[in-house]
Write a new protein. Structure first.
Lengths: 263, 342
């Protein structure tokens, strides 16, 4: 089952087996088995403090595991090299020390994993940045300082930043937190476009909200463990419950329960 | 002007001032963004020990300072990365140790006058050999900024994003610290070790008042750096002042002017935003950028748009809504971002 440690086998985007994370001496995640397959639109749900963001960061290798194993496309995060395949959207625009950066500069930094250090930005780079700005509807704000935008717009800047890298997988940490309804709908449209292109999406969501029709799988965390998993088949046609479909056996014929890593 | 250039030492000093004015703000932009504004100061303290060692061993004080500051920068970065809480104290110990050690070593060598000249700068004593060395170092710093600029930008924005882009975060962090150390050595002869950090920070602080982007901030800071270094040097020659303090005070004057200019600039941009692109340019289907977004009040550029609404006539809004200033706007956004981050 486990791939040879040194080969760059092309596994699924993310695969964690018996993943454990300790923070400040407390086990925040325990016994996590999760495979994210290509084409999944997976929503990680659960109450505050259940470990959703921790899990995402552990999957990306940003937090070390205290036990178990996690792989990105078949390689451990330390050995994984093809970071251009992954687009990460953190919860908020990092503010740093307050040196301003334009929206375009922030978005263009999403190309870093694809660029050679020794060459200036190519026309392909610029075109990708243009497309990403268009996709989130911020093309007219490209020359403005990013930190002067509203929270919802900053969220869109970060999404555009990830899109600019043209990744196969997009990982978003609570893209709807503190964002108004208009920006949430804009996000749903952008996401619809991405899933239409067959990209893999991993979302941390407090509630599914307007994104629900796009979600194909939900994984619910509670107290650092996977409490429930549900597969919502046939995205739009799913007649699943409106609120938190993964909180128990999802009703309706379109949803089926799957257990742990059997998914 | 021509009589200034008649002196050899002034020609050397002027070239040096230009090199300092270019390099210090270039690396300083990254340092400010990383919230390490006092890094240059700390390295300056450590450099003194290197100067002392250089004098003691009869080699060039610049070379001594270079070796010791680079080692010091490595130690600083190691301490910063290793410890979350104890690093602060460890840094202070390193800085004071460097300063005290340097003071003793230089005193043992040549009495107090030499120490004074290193602490506050003495550009007239710079030789041609020193200039070659400094020029080489300046080229190295600018080359590092040019080649690694994109990576460093991402690193200074957010370490996690940098790691998720596959960048070697530790290497880049060390690179910034070492480049800062080299810059300290470049600037120390002219500005003095106690004021070396000022030229890394003040031009950047001035530039970020008026610039909207990172690259623009860096280029503006470099212009400000060169202007204040050269004019500070000339006025120190004219009025027989120490060049270091003169350069730093001029840079501070530019900073104050930039604060005023920045406020005026933001007011004009706010006006333009109100009359110009008040949401009309947003693509169909997407909300106009100002509509009902709670944090818009935080940004000075956006404030009047939010106040008036994209549909309102420009005249109905009045010029009153533009009072927000930069730092405040930034605080608002930060506060809001914290809310987002739970």
């Amino acid at each position: 089952m486990t791939p040879p440690p040194f080969a760059m086998t092309d596994g699924p985007p993310f695969a964690m087996t018996d993943g454990r994370v300790r923070l400040d001496g407390r086990e925040v995640l325990s016994g996590i088995d999760l495979r994210v397959e290509s084409g999944d639109v997976l929503a990680l749900t659960g109450p505050n403090g259940s470990g959703k963001s921790t899990l995402v960061r552990a999957l990306l290798g940003l937090l070390p595991l205290s036990g178990g194993r996690t792989e990105i496309y078949g390689a451990t995060p330390a050995r994984f090299r093809d970071w251009a395949r992954i687009g990460y959207v953190p919860q908020r625009l990092p503010m740093g020390g307050g040196v301003p950066a334009t929206v375009r500069e922030v978005v263009a930094s999403g190309r870093t994993a694809r660029q050679s250090r020794w060459r200036p930005a190519s026309s392909a780079d610029r075109a990708a940045v243009d497309r990403a700005l268009e996709a989130v509807g911020l093309a007219d704000r490209a020359r403005d300082s990013a930190h002067l935008l509203s929270g919802g717009q900053q969220q869109r800047v970060l999404i555009a930043r990830a899109l600019a890298g043209e990744p196969e997988v997009i990982v978003m940490d609570e893209p709807n937190a503190g964002v108004d309804a208009d920006n949430q709908r804009a996000l749903a449209r952008t996401l619809g476009m991405l899933t239409g292109e067959g990209r893999t999406v991993l979302l941390v969501l407090h509630e599914l909200g307007p994104l629900e029709p796009l979600i194909t799988r939900t994984v619910r965390l509670e107290n650092g463990r996977i409490a429930a998993e549900a597969r919502l088949r046939g995205a739009d046609a799913a007649s699943g419950p409106a609120g938190e479909p993964a909180s128990g056996p999802a009703s309706g014929p379109a949803a089926e329960e799957t257990a742990g890593s059997l998914a | 002007m021509s009589n200034v250039l008649a002196y050899d030492f002034m020609r050397i000093a002027l070239v040096m001032a230009v090199l300092i004015g270019l390099t210090a703000p270039a690396i300083g932009t990254f340092i400010v963004q990383r919230k390490l504004s006092l890094l240059g100061d700390g390295i300056g303290h450590i450099a003194l020990t290197g100067i002392g060692l250089g004098l003691l061993t009869g080699t060039s004080p610049i070379l001594g300072a270079l070796v010791v500051t680079v080692l010091g920068a490595l130690a600083i970065e190691l301490l910063r990365a290793r410890s979350r809480s104890g690093g602060d104290v460890a840094l202070a110990l390193l800085f004071y140790g460097g300063l005290a050690g340097g003071a003793l070593l230089t005193q043992a060598q040549s009495g107090g006058t030499s120490l004074q000249s290193y602490l506050f700068g003495s550009i007239s004593s710079v030789t041609m050999d020193d200039l070659y060395l400094v020029a080489g170092l300046a080229v190295a710093v600018l080359a590092i900024v040019a080649v690694f600029g994109r990576d460093l930008f991402l690193l200074c924005q957010d370490e996690e994003l940098a790691r998720a882009a596959g960048l070697r975060v530790r290497f880049l962090s060390v690179l910034i610290a070492v480049t800062a150390a080299v810059t300290v050595v470049i600037a120390m002869r002219a500005v003095g070790l106690l004021l070396v950090g000022a030229l890394m920070i003040i031009p950047v602080a001035a530039a970020q008042q008026v610039a909207r982007g990172f690259r623009a901030t860096m280029l503006t800071a470099m212009v400000i750096g060169v202007l204040s270094a050269v004019s500070g040097l000339l006025s120190s020659f004219q009025y027989d002042l120490q060049p270091g303090p003169a350069i730093v005070l001029l840079a501070l004057a530019v900073f104050l002017a930039a604060v005023a200019a920045g406020a005026a600039l933001r007011r004009r941009r706010a006006d333009a935003a109100r009359t110009g692109h008040g949401g009309a340019a947003a693509p169909a289907g997407l909300p106009p950028h100002a509509a009902g977004v709670p944090a818009d009040g935080g940004g000075p550029g956006a404030a009047p748009v939010a106040a008036c609404g994209p549909a309102a006539e420009a005249g109905a809004c009045g010029p009153g809504g533009t009072a927000a200033r930069g730092p405040e706007g930034r605080h608002d956004v930060e506060a809001e971002a914290e809310v987002l981050g739970k």
